[in-house]
Design a protein around this ligand. Structure first.
Ligand SMILES: Nc1nc2c(c(=O)[nH]1)N[C@H]1C(S)=C(S)[C@@H](COP(=O)(O)O)O[C@H]1N2
Ligand SMILES: [Mo]
Length: 225
């Protein structure tokens, strides 16, 4: 899944005619160049790693590695039948598509991200949440990152567990193989590297709520904005 990265960097270095080591290129530097310089045509900008304005966030490097042979998504808690999905089984569920903007509470955003993935009703269909269930807790393989959303919030038409971003499998740095996408809320609700979903009857404070951010992260309607 990292295939595009070295190619993108080579293509970029070749285009501007400099021989900088790829090690010198942090995501932020790539962003600045890709967005500010008129030397880089739009067609090439979209091919660059992080070129659309993404900042890669993680709380506990290195990023988890995705091995399709061993990776599993566990769904348990208040369900009739706990589930363990392989990646292939997730791919076999109905795949929804959407284009939505992504907004981080710290001020950066990425417009028109193309996502594909599974709606939560489809994801939970075989597990069958109990009547007492009201929320999902998403646990990242990157411990201790986690966050929760209510089932009502997750019924938003643009909420999904994403397998793809911009027509390609989710890249490692963006949370491969699956991340939560909740476009009406700030990005911190979108847990990357999701490895377990616990069906619960109460919303718990997630990683950033424990550090002072609002539980309900509505864009423009939370965190003092
Ligand atoms: N596991 C995990 N998920 C995470 C984070 C993180 O640090 N670790 N950061 C969150 C925040 S604050 C934002 S804005 C987005 C950033 O997504 P990106 O790293 O794909 O740009 O991921 C969210 N999900
Ligand atoms: Mo964020």
């Amino acid at each position: 899944m990292d295939d595009g990265t070295p190619i993108g960097r080579r293509a970029f270095a070749g285009f501007v005619g400099v021989g900088l080591s790829s090690l010198a290129w942090g995501g932020a530097a790539m962003d600045l160049l890709a967005q500010s310089t008129k030397l880089v045509p739009e067609s090439m900008r979209s091919a660059l790693p992080f070129g659309k304005g993404w900042r890669i966030y993680a709380v506990n490097p290195p990023h988890p590695r995705f091995d399709p042979a061993t990776w599993r998504l566990r769904i348990d808690g208040l369900v009739e039948r706990p589930q363990t999905f392989t990646y292939a089984q997730l791919q076999a569920l109905p795949q929804a598509r959407q284009t939505s903007d992504f907004v981080c509470v710290t001020g950066w955003s990425v417009d028109d991200v193309r996502w594909a993935g599974v709606r939560f009703d489809d994801l939970l269909a075989t597990a069958r949440p109990l009547n007492s269930a009201t929320a999902l807790k998403f646990i990242s393989a990157e411990q201790p990152y986690e966050d929760s959303l209510t089932l009502a919030q997750l019924r938003a038409p643009d909420a999904m567990l994403a397998l793809q971003m911009d027509d390609a499998p989710l890249q490692r740095e963006h949370g491969a193989p699956v991340r939560v996408v909740m476009p009406q809320m700030y990005g911190y609700k979108g847990v990357k590297w999701v490895s377990r979903i616990v069906v619960t009857d109460r919303v718990e404070d997630g990683y950033w709520q424990q550090r002072g951010y609002d539980r309900d992260a509505w864009i423009g309607g939370s965190n003092g904005r």
